[in-house]
Write a protein that binds this ligand. Sequence first.
Ligand code: NAD
Length: 380
Amino acid sequence: MTKPITYGMIGGGQGAFIGAVHRMAASLDHQARLVAGALSSTPEKSLASGRDLGLPDDRNYPTWQAMLEGEQARPDRIDFVSIVTPNHAHFEPANAFAAAGFHVVLDKPMVLNSGQAATLAATVAKSGVVFAVTYNYTGYPLVKKAADLVRSGTLGVVRKVFVEYHQGWLATPLEATGQKQAGWRTDPKRAGAGAVGDIGSHAENLVATITGLEIESLCADAATFVPGRTIDDDAAVLLRFKGGAKGVLTCSQVCVGEENNLSIRVYGSEGALAWRQENPNELWHTPRDQPRRLITRAGADAGPQAAAATRLPSGHPEGFIEAFANVYRGVIGAIRAKREGRTPDGLATQFPTVHDGARGVRFIERVLESSARGGVWIPA
Ligand SMILES: NC(=O)c1ccc[n+]([C@@H]2O[C@H](COP(=O)([O-])OP(=O)(O)OC[C@H]3O[C@@H](n4cnc5c(N)ncnc54)[C@H](O)[C@@H]3O)[C@@H](O)[C@H]2O)c1
């Protein structure tokens, strides 16, 4: 029988948002079991949260430091840790667990600055652990198809990319009401950056995932619209890519009425594509001088990459959790391959790594730097 993959979670306790999504995603294919946790920012709440999830007392830890010590001492120690804390509490546990030889899944933005990113990348290289950053939009089947359309040359030479991630939930000073997720996201010490870090970095990652283009330089205008806020809640960025393509990236959390409007359009010399996260089972492809074609997830012409990332027949909608689960499927496949001393294949080679995380952190820094200098062009 295949030995199950086990994991522990840091963050994701009572009242938290994304930890529960990670747990659903990790277990969707019945390939990983949550067996340990240090789930919250205080020992009392951590333990109460672990009891809610049915963690055994001896693996329900008051702090992540206690979990690291406890798990290191066990013969059946966890295979990996999922870190789903606010941004300021990413680097220390990720670096410590990776250094101790645990595989790591960490949410974005990876860390607060490029110095931390470099240290973490060095730790991961030294210990050889599997390390993923949950840029979960990479897991959508039709994002994989979009990447294939570009990489196979079907769109010709890419000329122009538009990507936007627009939300409206921070259009008022929600943080002043005590709302937990708004609280840390608008606190520069705990978030690092505002809209640029929270959602702009997803947009940057989506462009890189689909087009493979590298940003050469950028020119940014970040803003804070809500009075009293001390962090960006909106930004517009012009992009120049190596090779001559150009792009426009906008991200905002003050666009009233917008929910999670992440969308991308890519225009090449031979065709164009368009995809929206809020309708992820559809991808539009327009070959030049021909009518637009609708490619549906698991439908005709979705292709092998999308098929490998799909669980249901066409017409039954898949969404956020399945895409998130594809990142976990990749991680778990990579861990199994490592355990068995073989090279990973398929989805197990297709999840965002520490290098994607580091590039994302650098992007955030450069956007804020360009904006702070008055919206000037700077190297990326
Ligand atoms: N990939 C995505 O789509 C996505 C979506 C939402 C959030 N995120 C990222 O996930 C992270 C968490 O976001 P959230 O919205 O779930 O936040 P949240 O505030 O809802 O939850 C954070 C959890 O971490 C806990 N925590 C804080 N410090 C801790 C510590 N030292 N030890 C253990 N637990 C600790 C909190 O008690 C809470 O349970 C952030 O980095 C965010 O950017 C990613």
